[in-house]
Design a protein around this ligand. Structure first.
Ligand code: GLV
Ligand code: MN
Length: 204
């Protein structure tokens, strides 16, 4: 759903001075004569990610830094590994992308939540071969409820989906949100909020 390209491709130039240049809806284009097949190929998606972390999660995202040929094409993808027995891709939002998520291995309890007027939870237990669509901007998650590791491939409707993890953004922002705000919003005691903030601090 990104803007349509006006040329065959615009392979992103990934050198340091992008950051200091003009940056509007994409990156500068490499001279087309210097473009090679490597600009369009991303390898290693067969390799399991390291899920030895608190969530039991590894996400290997093919974005314009690793696959510069994606620039301007309006698509992206990732490999998601979720550890057996409770690994979690926690509730999160992609502000700029719808997602299509294909389970290659394992059993995942996945779902998303609609926006107002009703926060409706829509879920399904996914098996190998199932694909689920997560609409742009909605909170969604996947929990591994199986006894084996899960592997999925996610496709995105943009080169730059962005990610906002609900818990991390709320309790792990930098600088932290005033506990009074979070206590009222989450209907928690301020001490609980401070405790949560210290748990998330530096881990997001
Ligand atoms: C899965 O939901 C992902 O964003 O990788
Ligand atoms: Mn997602």
């Amino acid at each position: 759903s990104d803007p349509n390209p006006l040329q065959d491709f615009c392979v992103a130039i990934n050198d340091g001075d992008i950051r200091n240049g003009v940056f509007i809806n994409g990156q500068f284009c490499k001279d087309p004569k210097l473009v090679t097949i490597d600009d369009f190929v991303f390898s290693g998606l067969n390799i399991p990610g390291n899920t030895s972390n608190e969530l039991g999660l590894a996400v290997n995202l093919a974005d314009i830094s690793t696959l510069p040929g994606l620039n301007g094409l309006g698509i992206g993808m990732s490999r998601v590994d979720i550890a057996a027995n409770g690994g979690l891709n926690p509730p999160h939002i992609h502000p700029r992308a719808s997602e299509i998520f294909l389970v290659l291995e394992g059993t995942l309890y996945a779902g998303f939540i609609t926006s107002l007027p009703e926060y409706r939870l829509i879920t399904k237990v996914l098996q190998k071969g199932d694909a689920i669509a997560f609409p742009v901007g909605l909170i969604h998650f996947q929990l591994n409820i199986g006894k084996t590791n899960a592997v999925a491939i996610a496709g995105f409707s943009t080169q730059n989906p962005g990610i906002i993890r609900v818990a991390d953004a709320s309790f792990g922002s930098n600088p932290p949100v005033d506990p009074e705000v979070l206590a009222k919003a989450f209907r928690l005691d301020k001490c609980v909020v401070k405790n949560l903030q210290s748990n998330f601090n530096g881990k997001t």
